[in-house]
Ligand binder design. Structure first.
Ligand SMILES: Cc1cc2nc3c(=O)[nH]c(=O)nc-3n(C[C@H](O)[C@H](O)[C@H](O)COP(=O)(O)OP(=O)(O)OC[C@H]3O[C@@H](n4cnc5c(N)ncnc54)[C@H](O)[C@@H]3O)c2cc1C
Length: 396
C-alpha cells in the first residue's frame, strides 16, 4: 500500500508536534517552515499536565528532561504589594492530581526537542525557507504553493502557520488578525545576575491595574523568565521581536515588587510582542485541509494554554486519521472533537486577562478578596477549577 503523505505549513510547536504525531502513525510528512532556520523566540513557556501527557505520547519527554524546571507552586500575587492571593501546589501534587507534572521550559529547548524527535523519524522531512502562499485542492488531497515557486502535494494539508495563517486566510476568507489591546514584554535573565533579589523560585502571576506579569524559571532553573502583559490602545509595529528599552519596561513595572525591577534592570535583551487574536472560526476544514494551533484558535496567553492546545490538536488529529481512512471525514471529526474545548479555553484566557488586570482598588478587592478567603477556607477550590484543563488527556 502506498503511504499517505501529509504536508504541514509551519514549523512552530504545533506544526512540529503534528508532523511527529503523523509520522508515528504511518504518514510520510513534510513540514514547510518559512524561516531560514528552525528556531523559537527567546522566552519561556509553561506546559501544564495536559500538555505533558501529549509530550509523553509523542516520546518527547526524555529530550526535555535536562532543561525543564518543575516549580513547587504557582502563586497569584499583587504586583505592587507582593500580597499573596492564592497558592496552587504543583511539584508532586500535579502528578498525583492530574497524572503529569507541570513544568516551565525555554521555548527553544522544547522546539529543539520536537525538531530532533521529528528528524529521527525516517518518514519525516523538514524544509526551511519554504513560505506557503496558498493551496489548491486536487487529486483527493491538496497542493500548497511556495513563494519560491514550487508546488508541494499532500493527501492531507495542515495549516499550522500561526495567527496570521495563509491557509486559514484562503479557507475562511481574508480577515486580518486583530490587535487584542495587549502588548507583551519578555526577557530571560540568569538567576546569578540577580543576587538576593530574584523572583521566587516558582511560578508567580503578578496582578495589577491594566497589566500583569509572570515570572517563571527556565533552563533547569538557572534563568528567570519574565513576561509582562500591558494594555495599550494601539500598536503599529509588525513583528514578534521588537526591542524595547529598560526605561520603558520600568515605566510599566518599575513601582512593582523590587524583584521584578531587578529582572528588568538586569535584562540584556528586552523585547515587546503585540498580542493578536481573532474570534472563534466557523470552520477549520476544507476537504482534506485543516488548521491547528494558533492558526485555528489564537488566544491570550493568560492561561498558558496556546501551545498546549496545539499539542493536544496534534495528537487528536493523528488519532482520528488513524481510525478513519476517509480524510475529509476524519478532519471534520477532529474539528468537532477539538472546537468545544479550545473555544472554552480561548474564552477563559480572555476572562483571566480581565481578572488579572482589575482597573481599580475596589474591583481588585472584590475579585481577589473572595479568592483569597475561599482558597484558605477550602484549600482545594483553586485546584478543582483546573481539573477540566489539566486533568484532560486528549489522546485517551
Ligand atoms: C507572551 C506569551 C506567552 C505564552 N505562554 C504560553 C505558555 O506558557 N504555555 C502555552 O501553552 N502557550 C503559551 N503561549 C502561546 C503559544 O506561544 C502559542 O499558542 C504557540 O506558540 C502556537 O504554536 P503554533 O505552532 O500554532 O504557532 P506559531 O508558534 O506561531 O508557529 C507558526 C510557525 O509557522 C511559520 N509560518 C507562518 N506563516 C508561514 C507560512 N506562510 N509558510 C510557512 N511557515 C509559516 C512561522 O514562522 C512559525 O514557525 C504564549 C504566548 C505568548 C504571546
Amino acid at each position: 500500500m502506498t503511504k499517505r503523505r501529509a504536508v504541514i505549513a509551519g514549523g512552530g510547536i504545533g506544526g512540529l508536534a503534528c508532523g511527529l504525531a503523523l509520522a508515528k502513525t504511518g504518514w510520510d510528512v513534510e513540514v514547510l517552515e518559512q524561516a531560514p532556520e528552525l528556531r523559537e523566540v527567546g522566552a519561556g513557556i509553561q506546559v501544564s499536565p495536559n500538555g505533558m501527557a501529549m509530550l509523553e505520547r509523542l516520546g518527547v519527554l526524555p529530550l526535555i528532561e535536562d532543561t525543564l524546571f518543575e516549580p513547587d507552586a504557582i502563586e497569584l500575587r499583587i504586583g505592587r504589594t507582593g500580597r499573596k492571593v492564592f497558592r496552587l501546589p504543583m511539584k508532586g501534587y500535579a502528578q498525583n492530581r492530574w497524572g503529569h507534572r507541570f513544568i516551565q521550559i525555554h521555548r527553544a529547548d522544547l522546539h529543539d526537542a520536537l525538531v530532533n524527535a521529528l528528524r529521527a523519524q525516517p518518514s519525516a522531512q523538514l524544509r526551511t525557507n519554504a513560505k506557503v502562499t496558498g493551496y489548491v485542492r486536487e487529486r483527493g488531497g491538496a497542493s500548497v504553493y511556495l513563494e519560491r515557486g514550487d508546488r508541494v502535494f499532500g493527501d492531507l494539508l495542515v495549516g499550522a502557520d500561526g495567527v496570521r495563517s495563509e491557509i486559514r486566510g484562503q479557507m475562511c476568507g481574508p480577515d486580518r488578525a486583530r490587535f487584542t489591546g495587549n502588548v507583551a514584554w519578555r526577557s530571560v535573565v540568569p538567576v546569578a545576575a540577580l543576587g538576593d533579589n530574584a523572583p521566587p523560585p516558582f511560578g508567580v502571576i503578578w496582578a495589577g491595574r491594566g497589566k500583569h506579569a509572570v515570572t517563571t524559571r527556565v533552563k533547569g532553573g538557572s534563568h528567570v523568565n519574565f513576561v509582562g502583559i500591558v494594555e495599550q490602545d494601539d500598536w503599529t509595529e509588525e513583528g514578534w521581536s521588537i526591542p524595547g528599552s529598560i526605561e520603558d519596561a520600568l515605566a510599566d513595572f518599575g513601582d512593582w515588587q523590587p524583584c521584578l525591577r531587578s529582572v528588568l534592570e538586569a535584562s540584556s535583551g528586552l523585547f515587546r510582542w503585540a498580542l493578536y487574536g481573532r474570534p472563534p472560526l466557523a470552520m477549520w476544514c476544507d476537504g482534506p485541509v485543516t488548521l491547528l494551533g494558533d492558526a485555528a484558535h489564537p488566544m491570550l496567553p493568560s492561561m498558558a494554554q496556546g501551545a498546549v492546545m496545539a499539542l493536544e490538536d496534534a495528537v487528536v488529529l493523528a488519532d482520528v486519521l488513524s481510525q478513519d481512512s476517509d480524510r475529509a471525514r476524519a478532519v471534520q471529526t477532529y474539528e468537532a472533537l477539538r472546537k468545544p474545548r479550545v473555544t472554552r479555553v480561548q474564552a477563559r484566557s480572555a476572562a483571566n486577562a480581565r481578572m488579572f488586570h482589575r482597573h481599580n482598588g475596589l474591583a481588585q478587592l472584590g475579585t481577589y478578596g473572595p479568592m483569597a478567603v475561599a482558597s484558605r477556607l477550602s484549600p482545594t477550590i483553586i485546584q478543582q477549577q483546573q481539573d477540566w484543563i489539566y486533568g484532560f488527556d486528549a489522546g485517551a
